[in-house]
Design a protein around this ligand. Structure first.
Ligand code: NAD
Ligand code: AKB
Length: 324
């Protein structure tokens, strides 16, 4: 079994998280040692020009196998997925990509004796019967969305591969991720990104969740730090493997609007809840991440104020250049 991370494949690399993870991994491991891949054929310039790019459909095991062989891959960050909003509109697609894609990655991980496979999970694993405040690491998992069902099954599958085959598979339950580089791919927490684009461009936003919907969130630099820190942690220190709770801060749309008004005083928000409200209502208000802190030293750097300030500064710069 290989042990060191040297040659990395990132699936779903054009997505909200993958697109930033690739660039940070290239900075750390070298441009040519990180192969970006996605089902979409046209990567943006910064990904295409900074290192290798391959079209890979994760539901086709042979697509992944060929890239592993071509680049002698030893580690996969498996970011390809269908998120909660899109998943509720097309549950079969969500199951196919999230379950069969993950199964293909895990099987190939065993076959090629990979050093590491990283498979993100989500706070979508939770549903009915949880304590909404500080939901603990080990709690009942009864999701109400197809996306959540695939995330629970994915966590169980990854742990099965750890115990059954000795594959070093790791994963973490991200909260909603906020970023300014790539737009989110169709989730329930997307409002917390869209609101910033609209605040900077038009000073107003219509939110698809209710004003008082409290959800856990995290800024992208912390998401990337958590993902890489977990991947690089000593396996012997890990009690958990595929389901680490990680948290940063929580807020409601109303509270986020107040925070944005500290920088854009005349920002206006209205509320028009849609089908995503039911998904949001099934998720916790906040998360207890003490196991991640204890087992691999997790610690977030951004709070709601520093995240909001940075988002507005970065998007204002882009807006001035006509990029958004
Ligand atoms: P995203 O929707 O932005 O990106 C997913 C990428 O997967 C897209 O670029 C898409 O083209 C690609 N993809 C879809 N089907 C594919 C297929 N068959 N083969 C290959 N690629 C395919 O998602 P993201 O936000 O970057 O999420 C990455 C991971 O993090 C996912 O596992 C997601 O469940 C998890 N996660 C994300 C968040 C968040 O707020 N962004 C929160 C919790 C968990
Ligand atoms: C979504 O809203 O679907 C994602 C997630 C929390 O998993 N952002």
């Amino acid at each position: 079994m290989k042990k060191e991370i040297k040659k990395i494949l990132v699936t779903g690399a054009l997505g909200q998280i993958g697109s930033e993870l690739v660039m940070e991994l290239r900075r750390r491991y070298g441009n040519n040692n990180v192969v970006a891949s996605d089902i979409r054929p046209n990567p943006p310039k910064r990904i295409a020009e900074s290192g290798p790019y391959e079209v890979v459909d994760v539901t086709k095991a042979d697509n992944i196998r060929q890239v592993i062989i071509k680049y002698d891959i030893d580690t996969i960050f498996h970011m390809a997925a269908i998120l909660s909003g899109v998943g509720e509109k097309d549950p079969q697609l969500c199951w196919n990509v999230n379950m069969n894609g993950t199964m293909n990655v895990l099987d190939l991980g065993v076959k090629f004796e990979l050093a590491r496979v990283i498979v993100p999970s989500s706070m979508a694993v939770w549903g009915r019967g949880i304590p909404k405040e500080n939901v603990p690491q080990d709690s009942v998992l009864r999701p109400t969305s197809m996306y959540g069902v695939t995330k629970v099954a994915g966590e169980r599958l990854c742990d099965y591969y750890v115990y059954r085959y000795g594959l070093d598979c790791r994963g973490l339950r991200y909260p909603g991720i906020i970023s300014h580089e790539t737009l989110p791919g169709g989730g329930t927490t997307d409002y917390a990104v869209e609101i910033f684009y609209e605040a900077v461009k038009n000073k107003k936003y219509t939110c698809f969740l209710k004003e008082d919907t409290m959800l856990p969130m995290m800024y992208m630099p912390d998401c990337i730090k958590a993902t890489i820190n977990l991947a690089e942690a000593d396996f012997n220190n890990l009690v958990h493997h595929s389901d680490f709770n990680v948290a940063a801060f929580s807020f409601t749309p109303g509270q986020l609007a107040d925070e944005i008004r500290k920088f854009i005083p005349d920002f206006e928000i209205t509320y028009k809840p849609d089908f995503r409200q039911a998904i949001a209502d099934s998720w916790p208000y906040s998360i207890d991440d003490s196991c991640a802190r204890r087992e691999w030293g997790w610690q977030p750097s951004f709070d709601i104020y520093s995240m909001t300030k940075d988002m507005i500064e970065k998007l204002t710069e882009k807006h001035k250049k006509g990029l958004i």
